[in-house]
Design a binder for this molecule. Structure first.
Ligand SMILES: Nc1ncnc2c1ncn2[C@@H]1O[C@H](COP(=O)(O)OP(=O)(O)OP(=O)(O)O)[C@@H](O)[C@H]1O
Ligand SMILES: [Mg+2]
Length: 485
């Protein structure tokens, strides 16, 4: 009897233990569910069939601006902008008649309404879960404001890129084209759809490829961005001038260069025309000085000489005065002849750049009395230069010396013509004067024309002006013939 009672007590104890274990397991599952629910990155709202909100997570509170207590007094319809509410209850009815896990309004743009009345774009996933005798709907809500803004910005930028007249393209260092706009299509004649995946360098001749690989890309790597004026020769024979600016861009796993380039052939042609007009003008003035002014001055010199002879016998004072006038007129003739010679660089044409530079520095010493020297001249590189390049280098040296004489107060001006390590010619004009002001605003044309002349011959042109330490102008140019002379 006693043992029967004892065994029934034991089995009820075991049942109780099993019940407790089950409760603990359920509680643990519930705690885990709560943790996941609260930590979810999406806003989660659970509502019943009539739309009454039963549960929300922290993200939903943050997203909509309602507290948990406030949410529990709301219907899901209250979270929609007013214009969508009427249809929403209809959609809700349809959903409840055939509940399934799916995206809400896949073909429509969805918006939600915050407590403060502002709207924001959302994506919503719906999941039905039966709970006892009713059906609960879990809405998982993602605020897509940032994504939409980023997309709008990208569309805007793509539209700009499409409409700019410049060629804008994205290359890998080996030349593979990753992106190519309509401007690039216009400049290079390769359609957008044909360009992606192809190699840009395959369009260009070897020399043009070298400029990209050895000058533009290293410049970008070194300084973050770099610009070059490139004489671009395509394999199909077409050639034109490009002003190209490169910057570096790392995007996902791609590391490459964004190139922004414009065809400046027409501008180059006009610049060449201006320079050639000014060249002709200088020659004409030189010719006029030589043929007209010099011969008139020579005539005056003859008359003054004759008068000097007449005064020589009786009028001592007048004789001395006349001798002075004669001397001045002769000096004026010599000076004018020298100026005319500078304007018509005949020495350059007959004896080459080295002699012309020697002549130039000598004339400056004589006419202006400055210490101007041709310090070093590499004869073989000077002889290799094409005529069109030599004349531009000569004019650059001439203007740089003029500037040093006029503006620098230098005690010494030094010219050098050397060969660079990559076989190009380097002309430098260095003065030890006061240097150019860093905030230079000038109405002068000299610096501008020097730059244009350098660009015309595809030279790298640089002015290094250190206040109080003089100015150095350098021009580095290839010995290859240039186009658009
Ligand atoms: N070597 C130099 N040393 C000091 N300042 C210089 C030097 N070269 C040029 N400058 C400054 O730069 C300015 C612009 O020079 P630029 O040759 O363009 O014009 P300019 O000599 O004044 O006039 P233009 O050349 O048209 O006769 C000068 O006015 C001067 O202030
Ligand atoms: Mg000048």
């Amino acid at each position: 009897m006693v043992s029967k009672k004892k065994s029934s007590n034991e089995s009820s104890l075991q049942r109780r233990i099993a019940e407790l274990e089950q409760q603990i397991a359920e509680q643990t599952n519930l705690d885990r569910f709560r943790l996941v629910f609260e930590a979810a990155p999406n806003g989660i709202i659970v509502a019943n069939e009539s739309g009454r909100i039963a549960m929300v997570n922290q993200r939903a509170e943050k997203m909509f601006g309602y507290s948990r207590e406030e949410f529990l007094k709301l219907s899901i319809d209250d979270l929609l902008p007013h214009r969508f509410r009427k249809n929403h209850s209809k959609y809700r009815g349809t959903y409840h008649s055939a509940p399934e896990t799916r995206e809400m309004g896949a073909d429509r743009e969805l918006f939600a309404l915050k407590k403060n009345g502002t709207e924001f774009p959302v994506e919503i996933g719906l999941t039905p879960i039966p709970d006892h005798d009713e059906l609960l709907i879990i809405s998982s809500i993602l605020d897509i404001t940032e994504r939409k803004n980023a997309n709008a910005k990208m569309e805007f930028q793509a539209e700009i890129l499409k409409n700019v007249s410049e060629a804008v393209f994205y290359l890998r260092p080996d030349g593979e084209i990753l992106d190519w706009n309509e401007g690039a299509e216009r400049v290079f004649g390769i359609a957008q759809e044909d360009a992606a995946g192809h190699n840009f360098f395959a369009l260009l001749d070897e020399k043009t490829v070298e400029v990209f690989k050895n000058r533009l890309f290293p410049g970008v790597i070194e300084k973050g961005s770099a610009s070059e004026v490139i004489r671009c020769q395509l394999r199909n024979g077409r050639d034109f001038f490009l002003r190209a600016k490169g910057t570096r861009l790392r995007q996902n796993r791609d590391d490459g260069f964004i190139i922004c380039a414009s065809d400046i052939t027409e501008q180059k042609r006009l610049e060449a025309k201006i320079v050639s007009i000014s060249e002709n003008e200088q020659r004409r003035i030189g010719q006029d000085l030589h043929d007209d002014l010099c011969s008139q001055l020579s005539g005056i010199a003859c008359i003054t000489k004759a008068m000097e002879t007449r005064f020589a016998q009786h009028q001592k004072e007048e004789f001395e005065l006349m001798a002075k006038v004669s001397e001045m007129v002769s000096a004026a003739v010599t000076k004018t002849q020298k100026i005319a010679k500078g304007l018509i660089p005949a020495v350059l044409e007959n004896q080459g750049l080295k002699s012309a530079l020697e002549d130039l520095v000598a004339r400056n010493r004589e006419v202006y009395g400055v210490n101007c020297q041709l310090f070093h001249c590499n004869e073989s590189i000077a002889a290799e230069l094409p005529n069109a390049t030599s004349i531009q280098l000569y004019r650059i040296a001439q203007e740089a010396i003029n500037n040093a004489v006029k503006h620098s107060e230098a005690a010494k001006i030094e010219i050098n013509l050397s060969e660079t390590h990559d076989g190009r010619a380097k002309l430098s004009i260095l003065d030890n004067g006061k240097g150019m002001p860093s905030d230079l605003v000038s109405a002068g044309l000299g610096l501008l024309t020097m730059r244009q002349r350098a660009e015309m011959i595809g030279a790298d042109f640089e002015i290094q002006a250190k206040p109080k330490h003089g100015t150095e102008i350098t021009c580095i140019v290839s010995t290859h013939p240039i186009i658009h002379e």
